[in-house]
Design a binder for this molecule. Structure first.
Ligand code: PLP
Length: 403
């Protein structure tokens, strides 16, 4: 590890050299099954030949123009997203947090423009996560995100997640929008119930509020639907996406209904690199490859994975509590420490991510196959068994590498 990096991360001490498909390889060519996928980013795994080809071709054609000029890649991607979603228009940026900030700004300006100047507050969820900009941490629901960075933005009212009456009770004349993740990711893979999502839409309509979903982790196929809320049969007004959209290339987007997006008038918002042709070319290819057949396959493969995980939990009740999530966004709530379990899994060749509520996140590439899932299940079972036999071991941090 180097002191030259500003490194506010709890890293695994594995130096990755290269990746292919669902696997990465370290400096000793040790192979790991990668169920981190760059934290739900690598929809098509590592170095997918079609994406490599797209990037190579675009790199010879056009990298960057700024938003002073039009590009085909940019307009084509917007059209594709509009064609397959609730949105009428799209703003492109470089990350999830920027997409979130865009949504917050858009919604505030929408009400200002309508001359409802007192409507600026957002109802957000406890344990919510929306990224690391000052706007995104203000909307976040975890104390650790804002500690030391105060004062944060004014206007975010935190309520219990999945509790419709908590939302209802905190609506005031100043409320502009309800803003949540349809499945809380960093919070511990906690899905909103279908009923909750439907009731949020109803409440927003009744009270003249906008509904804003953070689909940065859940969106772009991760749950087996293009956008995860589709499962509930409702439509929000604004959605932030990121992560999977570029499958490893930095791209974010804020999707909105036309009446809301028109608030972002000339000069009111912008980005230098957002919407650049390299990112757009990749995202275009991602969407082309992610057709209905691809999404159906995610549903099939993920239900296989979920059944196997349920079985694993059932057989290991002393170490594992439960499994939850949808599609290929699954979480194992642990009884043993999730951090220690993550390290044991890694030492046995399976990379995972921790989350809140003592959860291990399993976020394979969306191209994962049954054979790789079987391999992951074997490593999980094997790791739990080893841990059970060495309970004392895991109390002392550094020792588990020997297991
Ligand atoms: C990762 C994430 C973000 C932030 O995305 P960045 O690209 O890291 O800025 C926002 N919201 C959710 C739900 C996320 O999972």
């Amino acid at each position: 590890m180097t002191k030259n990096l500003i490194d506010p991360y709890n890293k695994l001490n594995i130096l990755i050299k290269y990746g292919k498909g669902s696997y990465v390889y370290d400096q000793n060519d040790k192979k790991y099954l990668d169920f981190v996928s760059g934290v739900a980013v690598l929809a098509f795994g590592h170095c997918h030949p079609k994406l490599v080809d797209t990037l190579n071709k675009q790199s010879l054609k056009l990298w960057h123009t700024s938003n002073i000029l039009r590009t085909m890649e940019n307009e084509l991607l917007a059209k594709k997203i509009v064609n397959r979603s609730f949105a009428n228009s799209v703003f492109f940026c470089n990350s999830g947090a920027e997409a979130v900030d865009t949504g917050i700004k858009m919604i505030r300006k929408y009400f200002k423009d309508k001359n409802e100047k007192n409507k600026y507050r957002f109802i957000v969820a406890e344990q919510g996560f929306h990224g690391r900009t000052i706007g995104a941490i203000s909307a976040g629901g975890q104390e650790k995100l804002i500690k030391g960075f105060e004062p944060v933005l004014e206007g975010f009212d935190k309520v219990k997640f999945n509790d419709i009456s908590a939302v209802e009770n905190s609506i005031s004349e100043n409320t502009a929008a309800i803003f949540i993740e349809p499945i809380q990711g960093e919070g511990g893979i906690i899905p909103a119930s279908k009923e909750y999502l439907i009731n949020l839409r109803k409440l927003a309509d009744e009270k003249n509020l906008l509904l804003f979903f953070d689909e940065v982790q859940t969106g772009i196929g991760r749950t087996g639907d293009f956008l995860s809320f589709e499962w509930a049969g409702i439509e929000p007004d604004v959605v932030a996406v990121g992560k999977g959209l570029g499958s490893g290339f930095p791209v974010g987007a804020c999707l909105a209904k036309g009446n809301v997006s028109s608030a972002l008038t000339v000069g009111s918002h912008g980005t230098t690199l957002g919407g650049n042709p390299l990112g757009m070319a990749i995202a275009n290819k991602v969407l082309d490859e992610m057709d209905q057949k691809f999404l159906n396959n995610i549903k099939k493969v993920s239900s296989y994975f979920l059944e196997k995980l349920k079985d694993t939990v059932f057989k290991n009740k002393d170490s594992l509590n439960l499994v939850r999530g949808r599609g290929l966004m699954l979480g194992l709530k642990c009884i043993v420490s999730n951090k220690v379990f993550q390290e044991v899994l890694a030492s046995n060749g399976l990379l995972t991510v921790t989350a809140g509520d003592n959860v291990i996140r399993l976020l394979p590439p969306l191209t994962v196959n049954k054979k790789e899932i079987d391999e992951a299940i074997n490593i999980i079972n094997h790791s739990v068994n080893k841990m059970n036999k060495n309970v004392g071991f895991f109390k002392h941090n550094k020792e588990y590498e020997k297991v």
